[in-house]
Design a protein around this ligand. Structure first.
Ligand code: N01
Length: 541
């Protein structure tokens, strides 16, 4: 049964809604759809003016998903996946946003979404057993359940650099790109950062700008996308077998259809190793680091993959000094691997220069542009591709408390703690979709979102059936899970560098390795066992 507008909440007659969902990206939209299906009166609150989340905000030139479109999409409705036709191997941002809008229309989601509204606070009232959710408009909405679909990469990081306010040109951040066309023709543009966003934007900006200066602090690895239009035959083939392919996808390591590694990089001959890297390179995309089992665990194995990519960079970039600057020195996969289209080739253009800010940082921004040492790099526009306060920034921007005096900001002072990346001790009836401690950012997000949303919706349905109204994580279960997440990360090379996975990109952020590294199948099995054992680790009443 679908709850009609204005109908009464089913679970707590004192509340405005049965559930409040924060965010109308792919997580919030599917959460709304599932809760509606349970007959629950749901309100989604979204800061943007439309659905799409990440794909609503990140509309910088070249923005494109590096998960394959036929599998970076919802699987919950076969009718939806049969009727929607992706046009490219890796969909560009406008196509993904069009897909999100199509889903919103097709399932009539918008009538339960309040757009252009930011949640500022949420407090759990123990007596009434409901959340009071406050918006920037001053409204207060109540519901027994509050579900955060706020995303992992949704609060931008704008570094505090002296003098930024004095800059005479235009400034942009890739994560909050304007909705109007930005024309860089005959302008000198500076890009700060060389992460995934920059690596996609730089080749596009270089084509139109008079001159592009890239300010690089850490050289990054990128594997070619080899993006191409999908043929009608390719699409038909996947559609004909979607049911079994989706089931296979659900049990892959990262919800991606990569061929899993079978061998150590160190147990094969040099010729076999090179052939395997070459084969993966030609396939393109993030599956490159799945070539061998130990790339993320053995320094020696990692170096073989890193050397292979560095050789590719040297073969493409004509100026040897620029090529050396572009060759990453860090562990491959330590920071998120990038997927590119013509990134390294871009440095062969006459209108592109690379400035190393690793040893001498950008000390200040003068009215003319960034200052490095004694040199002012004059630009007309500055693009900050400087990333996000990942995984925790958006949740901590909301003042989340309880009437018993618990607060998320206090709880996470030394780093995030969360059970299964789904819920937390001390904060009853609150769920996070893909929170810290879930496989989230190591996976293809849409199927991961579907899994979490189904877990949460099923838990609420089970509570309703059994007449229970309060669910809270047990403190010991949460601590054990946090330890398990840390234990999984510890033997890997990943925590060793200054990535956003450990919060190192944000000054003062506690250094904690946040995502779950054990892979999707192990995580799914944990969740199944939790449910089969009467929601082990949760206290229900
Ligand atoms: O951000 P980032 P992003 N001075 O944090 C540099 C996903 N994503 O927006 O490495 C100079 O990776 C910083 O330097 P350093 C994906 O998960 C997916 O690019 O800290 N430089 C770094 O080079 C990705 O990982 C897609 O030394 C400064 C860059 O800014 C995540 O989003 C596409 C600086 C930030 O890189 C974030 O990617 C795009 C300073 N003061 C993004 N401060 C897909 O295709 C920061 N930097 C799916």
């Amino acid at each position: 049964m679908t709850a009609a507008k204005g109908s009464s909440p089913a679970m707590n007659p004192r509340a405005d809604f049965d559930a409040i969902v924060v965010g109308a990206g792919f997580a919030g939209m599917y959460m709304l759809h599932r809760l509606r299906g349970l007959g629950l009166k749901t309100r989604v609150i979204e800061a943007g003016q439309d659905v799409g989340g990440t794909w609503y905000w990140n509309r910088y030139p070249g923005a494109r998903c590096d998960g394959e479109s036929m599998f970076y999409s919802y699987s919950f409705s076969d009718a939806l996946q049969q009727e929607w036709t992706w046009t490219e191997r890796y969909a560009a941002q406008p196509e993904i946003l069009a897909y999100a809008r199509h889903v919103a229309d097709r399932f009539d989601l918008r009538r339960d979404i309040a757009f252009d509204t930011r949640v500022t606070a949420a407090t759990f009232d123990e007596n009434q057993r409901l959340w009071r959710v406050t918006t920037h408009r001053g409204e207060v909405l109540t519901a027994p359940f509050c579900i955060m679909g706020t995303g992992n990469l949704s609060t931008t990081n704008l570094p505090e650099i002296d003098g930024l306010a004095t800059f005479r040109g235009a400034t942009y951040h890739t994560g909050t790109w304007p909705h109007h066309e930005v024309d860089f023709a005959s302008r000198r543009v500076g890009v700060i950062g060389t992460g995934s966003s920059a690596i996609q934007a730089i080749p596009m900006i270089a084509r139109s700008a008079a001159h592009l200066t890239v300010f690089q602090r850490t050289a990054n690895y990128a594997v070619p996308a080899w993006n191409h239009p999908l043929t009608a035959e390719e699409v038909a083939e996947v559609k004909a077998h979607y049911a079994e392919l989706r089931e296979k996808q659900r049990w892959t390591f990262s919800h991606n259809m990569f061929e899993p590694a079978a061998r150590s990089a160190l147990e094969v001959s040099e010729a076999e190793r090179q052939a395997e890297y070459e084969r993966r390179w030609r396939e393109g995309g993030l599956g490159f680091t799945s070539a061998f089992t130990d790339i993320q665990y053995s320094d020696a194995a990692n170096q073989t993959a890193a050397d292979f990519v560095r050789a590719k960079i040297r073969a493409v970039v004509k100026d040897p000094a620029t090529a050396e600057l572009l060759c990453p020195k860090i562990i491959i996969g330590c920071k998120r691997l990038c997927v590119d289209t013509g990134y390294f080739e871009t440095y062969n253009r006459d209108n592109v220069s690379l400035v190393d800010v690793s040893s001498t940082p950008i000390t200040r921004i003068a009215p003319e542009g960034p200052v490095i040492g004694e040199t002012i790099h004059a630009v007309d526009a500055l693009v900050f591709a400087t990333g996000f306060d990942a995984m925790t920034g958006t949740l901590l921007a909301i003042d989340i408390t309880t009437s018993e005096g618990n607060s998320l900001r206090d709880k996470w002072r030394d780093g995030p703690t969360c059970y299964l990346g789904l819920a937390m001790a001390g904060l009853p009836n609150l769920f996070i979709i893909t929170g810290p401690g879930s496989p989230s950012v190591f996976t293809n997000m849409i199927p991961t979102i579907e899994h979490h949303v189904d877990f949460i919706a099923d838990a609420i349905a089970d509570m309703r059936r059994s007449g229970r109204t309060r669910i809270e994580v047990d403190g010991a279960a949460e601590s054990a899970w946090v330890q398990h997440v840390a234990d999984l990360a510890e033997p890997s090379l990943r925590p060793s560098c200054n990535s956003w996975y450990v919060g190192a990109n944000i000054p003062g952020k506690p250094r904690v390795f946040m995502p779950y590294m054990g892979g999707v199948p192990a995580y799914r099995r944990h969740c199944i066992e939790v449910v089969e054992n009467g929601y082990r680790g949760f206290n229900l009443s």
